[in-house]
Ligand binder design. Structure first.
Ligand code: FES
Length: 129
């Protein structure tokens, strides 16, 4: 099955604004999305959306923590910034993975809801949003 055919391209409502906080990650799974999402707020209040499962070993980061505006994976404590870049780890040998990136998604809030811009993987691979 080509999962790209299941995705709806555009702004997708994914959460109530009150569900997304600075204190803990909020996991979102939808059957029409290729990947699940992990949402949280930065210290300045903007909403961040990253893919939910860690690119290192696939841990569910929705059960992780938010520290210093980063999403901390519960397994090996890799820290992902709002752009999905690896910022730090608690284990020095994991710093050998600078090429790891967690996909990030554009977000907006309107009328009490959080929206995520969804783009098909094909378009993303060609350099689209
Ligand atoms: S699975 Fe995420 S840091 Fe290990």
């Amino acid at each position: 099955m080509n999962l790209n055919q299941l995705s709806y391209e555009g702004w997708n409502k994914v959460a109530h604004s009150t569900e997304v906080t600075k204190d803990r990650p909020y996991g979102v799974s939808r059957p029409d999305f290729i990947t699940s999402l992990c949402l949280w707020r930065t210290s300045k209040g903007s909403v961040v959306a990253l893919e939910r499962f860690c690119p290192f070993r696939g841990e569910d980061m929705a059960v992780g923590k938010i520290e210093d505006d980063c999403l901390v994976c519960p397994s090996h404590r890799m820290c992902w910034d709002k752009n999905g870049r690896l910022k730090a780890t608690s284990t020095s040998h994991l710093r050998d993975y600078p090429w790891l990136i967690c996909h990030s998604f554009k977000t907006k809030e309107t009328n009490g809801f959080v929206y995520v811009w969804w783009t098909s993987l094909k378009k993303r691979e060609k350099g689209g949003d």
